[in-house]
Design a protein around this ligand. Structure first.
Ligand SMILES: *[C@@H]1O[C@H](CO)[C@@H](O)[C@H](O)[C@H]1NC(C)=O
Ligand SMILES: *[C@@H]1O[C@H](CO)[C@@H](O)[C@H](O)[C@H]1NC(C)=O
Length: 319
């Protein structure tokens, strides 16, 4: 079976000459096998977390990115625009994590918007730069693209759901490397953990020209109030992706009173999405000025705190 291509090639004189000339014809696309993905810290609002720091990143997101073959740079929310512009030139992608802050006026929103604008300009100029938004991160991407907050009540709090995939999902980039059996499982088994009260309704998405023209809608779900909400989106032109659910919990969060999917299919789903996004990061050739600068910027300089007895997370990085 696997030798079909070879035998065709060697048996046909015409094909042979194509084979011979290939090395000069193939355009060598540069690949960066040492990607660094930036993660914006979240503002601590929970009283029990306040003694540890002003901002945080749940370790589950860090492990998720590391599992895909990336390193992580935590990005604080207190830097100047110039400092963010410098960081942008060094990192290979951005993950906007979940949380609960104002999507237009918070520091998190301000910094996310700055990176989003830099990424749009970079991608337009052929400088590939991916962004992934999870839960509130996805909501924030829709606010940035639509130019306004379109969220409405779409509560799906602590519930695992299968995805209602659209036709576009089957020709999407996100799901392209999924085995057929896993795609089937994604549509039939509750593999996606939902922890949200607001979201973008499918109706809202379809009626908004900006969202419609920017994103493919890859999946939808039904909220507790019956509202159909957008659950997975993928940029048409830009390498920007969003999920209303939480792929990182499937492998890295374990609170038994929370509905974190841990089945084999749930773990595969989480693994493949992490691999997918990090691989997008490999297409970015941004880099640090020197190894010392890189080393001092990475998450390895910080130690996560055990938080399983006072948060829903197992471990949290505080800044
Ligand atoms: C799935 O999505 C389609 C539209 O793409 C919708 O008509 C249908 O009601 C949805 N089904 C469920 C179970 O959410
Ligand atoms: C959580 O557990 C640690 C020990 O692992 C302990 O030092 C800390 O006080 C506990 N925190 C709370 C809020 O119970």
């Amino acid at each position: 079976m696997a030798s079909t291509g070879f035998s065709t090639c060697f048996l046909s004189a015409c094909c042979l000459c194509v084979c011979k000339s290939m090395p000069t014809q193939v355009h060598q696309q540069a690949v960066n096998d040492r990607p660094v993905i930036g993660v914006l810290t979240q503002i601590v609002s929970d009283e029990v977390m306040k003694p540890f720091g002003r901002t945080y990143i749940p370790a589950s997101y860090v492990k998720y990115l590391e599992s895909g073959g990336s390193r992580v740079m935590p990005i604080r929310l207190t830097l100047t625009d110039t400092e963010y512009e410098n960081i942008f030139k060094k990192i290979n992608g951005l993950l906007l994590i979940g949380g609960a802050v104002n999507l237009e006026t918070s520091d998190f929103a301000r910094v996310a918007k700055l990176f989003y604008n830099l990424a749009v300009v970079a991608n337009d100029a052929g400088d590939f730069f991916p962004i992934w938004g999870t839960c509130m991160g996805m909501q924030l991407l829709t606010v940035l693209v639509a130019g306004k907050n379109l969220l409405t009540k779409t509560t799906a709090e602590n519930i695992a759901l299968p995805l209602n995939l659209t036709t576009e999902a089957y020709s999407s980039r996100i799901f392209t490397d999924f085995p057929t059996a896993l795609i089937k499982a994604v549509t039939q088994e509750p593999l996606t953990g939902n922890f949200h009260h607001y979201g973008v309704e499918v109706k809202t998405f379809n009626e908004n020209v900006n969202l419609q023209s920017f994103f493919y809608l890859l999946s939808t779900n039904v909220a507790e109030n019956g509202a159909h909400f957008v659950s997975t989106i993928e940029g048409k032109k830009y390498p920007f992706y969003g999920v209303q659910w939480h792929p990182e919990v499937n492998r890295f969060q374990w609170k038994s009173n929370l509905n974190f999917p841990h089945s084999r299919h749930a773990v595969q789903l989480s693994s493949l999405l992490a691999e997918f996004f990090v691989n997008e990061g490999r297409r970015s050739l941004h880099h640090f000025d020197n190894p010392e600068e890189e080393a001092s910027s990475l998450i390895y300089n910080y130690t996560p705190v055990y938080a399983g007895n006072f948060t829903g997370y197992e471990q949290v990085y505080f800044f």
